[in-house]
Design a protein around this ligand. Structure first.
Ligand SMILES: [Zn+2]
Length: 226
């Protein structure tokens, strides 16, 4: 069971399709590991649905997203292992990457084989492959690091979100295992170190998530004011 979760704001915005694509991919991936957050998303979906007529969704910035269908599938309580993968080719990522993300990787890169990803050197024992980049510098990457690899102590140009897909790492704050979501704010510097014994693979989303502030507050304000 994951110990680190997306915030309620992320889950609420995800439930109401008011979240940027990068963060939606990450949240959907976490949901496949986390019954607790799936429950929370359903709760927000119910609230959002009930109040849909009262809220100006266009003003919030909801957008049609090709990822939406897969993300919705991830909200289901069915464990990812029970979902068919027959429409995706076999690859080494099929064994440990949740289906919504696996589908996204295949759509972007045409493969689900870890070795076939467009890896680029990031540091000794550390490589990254870009899945998606936008003009503002936001990106979705898969990160692959060898056991014991030490990252340079680094800050971020924007908030950085990570969900662990395989293995585990530690930094100054704690240990992060499969399914855990770490959010490192823009101002914070850290130095992840991969645990010994197993390589670590993670999904990393960088960009200040374009989450409209206060959606949760607005929803509850509506309820209180009703
Ligand atoms: Zn969770």
């Amino acid at each position: 069971m994951a110990r680190y979760h997306p915030t309620d704001d992320w889950l609420a915005n995800y439930a109401n399709d008011a979240i940027d694509r990068q963060t939606a991919v990450l949240v959907a991936t976490h949901l496949t590991y986390c019954p607790q957050c799936r429950k929370t998303v359903r709760y927000f979906e119910e609230i959002g649905g009930a109040l849909l007529d009262e809220i100006d969704i266009d003003a919030i910035g909801a957008s049609a997203d090709p990822f939406e269908f897969e993300a919705t599938a991830a909200n289901d309580l069915t464990p990812p292992a029970d979902e068919g993968q027959s429409d995706l080719p076999n690859g080494s990522m099929n064994e440990f990457v949740p289906r919504p993300l696996l589908r996204y990787v295949f759509d972007r890169l045409g493969t689900t084989d870890l070795e076939a990803l467009p890896w680029k050197f990031y540091g000794p024992g550390i490589r990254r492959a870009v899945l998606f980049e936008n003009a503002d510098g936001g990106a979705i990457r898969i990160l692959r690091a060898q056991p014991g690899a030490v990252f340079p102590h680094h800050g971020h140009g924007s908030e950085e979100l990570t969900v662990v897909l395989k293995g585990a790492y530690r930094d100054e704050t704690d240990r992060f295992d499969v399914g855990d979501v770490q959010c490192v704010p823009e101002a914070v510097k850290h130095q992840p170190i991969i645990e010994n014994g197993e390589e670590c693979i993670a999904l990393v989303v960088s960009e200040k998530p374009t989450i409209p502030t206060g959606l949760v507050a607005r929803l509850f304000q509506r309820i209180a004011g009703a």
